[in-house]
Design a binder for this molecule. Structure first.
Ligand SMILES: [Zn+2]
Length: 351
């Protein structure tokens, strides 16, 4: 799908072909009566093409994506794009200010789509984003991290039975794709109903920067831009990285309350029944292991060793050839590790 050369209107402002504009979209003010805006940057190429949005901090404490978007917007090649790029680094302004996943009313913005003009604060913000910011988009990348005290290995979540979405998911080039169901009320659900193809990038931890996750995110977004024909593919000369796809994953939960020793790191391969971590009381008298239910790769884990029975410890994705996936993941991590600096970056690494 390509956009016509008509003017695109966002937040009441039109953006003509060849223009790059930052637009402040008014959102409900704070109770201090302080005005608030959602900043949106629109880059419109002279030539028509797809309209891609990249969004971050829909969960206000998931900040890796904010840095990914900042670095993407610094790419000089964007001056030559076809079509339109709409970048929204902070969708949930309220959560971002409060360093919280939620809106001030404790609602989750990513469970409030498509929203409505007269609904809750979350519902209104969802409606505004959908109708004022990304209404004209054909594709999208929504950037997330794990929730607070948890960490995700960089992976893509997407509905893999849609051809175009699958193409985007592979183009991103993260080592792992989790074909996942769409949750009611999520942005993905709302945009699917409008015929957009959207993938979610999950990487790192809430309220933390993770350099490997950020570098992989920047690379991934630029790869999707190229795959959509918005920039020439020849500019990198790199082939898309190999990806492993799975539709099955499970959270391993604490068998008892206690203090957990996490044994298996993110991205590591595990075998069925292998011990991932051990939960014990402070003296170690009551030890219980948490085991892998099947062969797979650790794609998520808690970073907080204090757990109550039933709390999520490890997220394991079932992979048919875990040894091959593990080798590929190791190469991926080494390539993006700033201490090894195999891949040159114009940005100094954050830690
Ligand atoms: Zn999230």
């Amino acid at each position: 799908m390509t956009r016509s050369i008509d003017s695109i209107v966002i937040g009441g402002q039109s953006i003509a072909p060849g223009q790059r504009k930052t637009i402040e979209i008014a959102v409900p003010s704070l109770y201090t009566h302080t005005q608030l805006e959602m900043p949106v940057q629109v880059i419109r190429g002279k030539k028509p093409g797809p309209c891609l949005f990249i969004s971050a901090a829909i969960h206000g404490d998931e900040i890796n994506g904010v840095e990914i978007i900042r670095r993407v917007l610094n790419q000089k090649s964007l001056s030559r794009i076809r079509g339109t790029l709409i970048a929204v680094p902070v969708v949930n302004i309220f959560g971002f200010i409060n360093q919280s996943r939620y809106l001030p009313d404790r609602r989750d913005l990513n469970r409030s789509f498509p929203g409505s003009e007269s609904g809750s604060l979350a519902s209104r913000l969802a409606h505004l984003f959908l109708n004022e910011v990304i209404a004209d988009c054909t594709h999208g990348i929504d950037l997330h991290t794990a929730a607070v005290h948890r960490e995700n290995f960089p992976h893509i979540r997407a509905v893999m039975d849609d051809d175009e979405t699958r193409r985007l998911a592979h183009a991103f080039g993260s080592p792992l794709i989790l074909g996942s169901d769409i949750i009611d009320g999520s942005l993905r659900k709302a945009v699917e109903a409008r015929g957009m193809s959207v993938i979610v990038y999950e990487a790192g931890e809430a309220l933390r920067f993770n350099e490997v996750a950020i570098r992989a995110g920047v690379r991934g977004v630029m790869s999707v831009i190229r795959a959509l024909g918005m920039l020439p593919t020849g500019s990198t000369g790199k082939r898309p990285a190999k990806t492993f796809t799975t539709n099955s994953s499970v959270w391993i939960r604490a068998p008892q309350s206690g203090i957990v020793r996490l044994i298996k790191p993110l991205g590591s391969r595990v075998e069925e029944n292998e011990i991932l971590g051990i939960v014990a009381d402070p003296f170690g008298a009551q030890e219980q292991p948490a085991r892998a239910p099947f062969d797979g790769i650790v794609i998520g884990k808690t970073n907080l060793p204090l757990v109550n029975e039933g709390e999520a410890l490890f997220h394991v994705a079932r992979v048919s050839r875990p040894e091959s996936a593990e080798a590929h993941i190791e190469r991926f991590q080494n390539r993006l590790d700033p201490s090894l600096d195999v891949e040159t970056s114009s940005e100094p690494p954050v830690s």
